[in-house]
Write a protein that binds this ligand. Structure first.
Ligand code: HCA
Ligand code: CU
Length: 381
């Protein structure tokens, strides 16, 4: 896996999420948080979208962020390009639809027109000393020969990156691998990739793209975007830390992810999904007796990610009919209660007996442990 870079698009793709409305203050808070995290790039909504979008883009460029470069995302059109280069951005991401669906039902342009306009826009943006990426929307439903010849042409005029976008979320990991691999043999510039999550493959596709030679991955916080969104920042970090821990740990401040997700979740009025990688409420909760025992002995038995790497903590569940005595022992010790192993086992039987009758809470298990211990001290057990 090559050393990848993140193009964080919460403030562009994420603004296309159904619930998103970011005022200037919120955009700035998100941009600063992403900069603290170490995002390589922050992508912003087109300044051509609205007057306020343009002002916000300029305001974020003026923040003087420490680490993240600022990009804006525009249609492949000279009118948009002229506005974009005046905002103070470090780079411009240009996109145009290349599938027959989009060519026929959206913008109505043919491939020759697309190629000529792309070259004009690229040369113009470059002439301003600004980084430029060219991407095709709906790449996986575009004609492969058309696509490769277009990318070859823009590579020749010195584009910094080309992008592949699975706009409708239809691509499978193997298709991604094949397309990126083929493209890798055709262009010499960097390759950016963008994956929608309609079929649940957004993180897997990003990983496959990197395996095939992509250099940049688009993400958004919690994956927010059009429909059910794109590759999530936290999910990608979970995937990548298992592949190259040293690189990920040296580059990104992973313990910031929880706060960034909370910030964005609040801004768009959603909860963090229970099964979210890393930050879902049960992401590091171990429940069954066999799991709990092994985790308490050595966390690597049932954890591929160390929660501490993300500033998170593991939790060993001790209040269910599946609870084993090792978990009860560990909980008792947290409560400063020491007993013999035989006593922990007996106490566990009481927890399980209650949990067989009704769902029990932490408090219930704690009460049973306390009561059992009191009885021991009074010679009743
Ligand atoms: C869209 C555009 C885009 C662009 C991706 C890119 C997509 O909202 O339709 O510029 O790489 O998914 O195609 O987000
Ligand atoms: Cu998209």
């Amino acid at each position: 896996i090559s050393k990848f870079k993140i193009i964080e698009s919460t403030l562009r793709e994420g603004e296309q999420f159904a619930n998103a409305y970011f005022d200037t203050e919120t955009k700035i808070a998100i941009a600063r948080a992403l900069d603290d995290f170490g995002a390589d790039y922050i992508e912003l909504t087109s300044p051509a979208a609205s007057e306020q979008s343009r002002k916000d883009c300029e305001a974020i460029c003026k923040l003087g962020l420490k680490r993240s470069k600022i990009l804006t995302h525009i249609r492949c059109h000279m009118d948009d390009a002229r506005i974009a280069v005046e905002t103070g951005v470090d780079g411009v991401d240009v996109v145009i639809g290349t599938s027959s669906f989009l060519r026929e039902h959206s913008h109505g342009k043919d491939m020759t027109y697309i190629k000529n306009t792309a070259i004009e826009v690229i040369q113009f943006v470059k002439s301003k000393g600004i980084e430029i990426r060219f991407s095709s929307e709906d790449s996986f439903r575009s004609d492969l020969v058309d696509l490769l010849s277009l990318y070859q042409a823009v590579d020749k005029v010195g584009v910094n990156r080309v992008g592949i976008a699975d706009t409708v979320g239809c691509a499978s990991p193997r298709q991604v691998y094949d397309l990126v691999r083929t493209l890798r043999g055709v262009v010499s510039c960097d390759i950016e990739t963008h994956f929608h999550n309609d079929t649940g493959c957004a993180i897997a596709n990003a990983y496959c793209a990197l395996e095939a030679g992509a250099t940049h991955i688009d993400t958004s916080v919690l994956g927010i975007g059009e429909r059910n969104g794109i590759t999530s920042l936290g999910g990608l970090m979970a995937r990548m830390i298992t592949a190259d821990r040293d690189y990920v740990m040296s580059k990104y401040k992973l313990d910031k992810i929880k706060d960034i997700e909370d910030l964005v979740a609040e801004a768009v009025a959603v909860n963090i999904p229970f099964n979210n990688p890393i930050t879902g409420f049960c992401a590091f909760t171990h429940k069954a007796g066999i799991h709990a025992k092994a985790i308490l002995a050595n966390p690597s038995t049932y954890e591929i990610i160390d929660p501490a790497d993300f500033g998170m903590r593991r939790y060993v569940h001790f209040a269910s009919r599946l609870t084993g005595w090792n978990a009860i022992k560990s909980r008792a010790q947290q409560l400063n209660i020491e007993m013999t192993d035989a006593q922990y086992k007996e106490c566990t039987a009481k927890v399980k007996a209650l949990a067989d009758i009704r769902p029990i809470a932490i408090d219930d298990a704690d009460s049973i442990i306390h009561a059992f211990y009191r009885n021991i001290k009074h010679g009743l057990e």
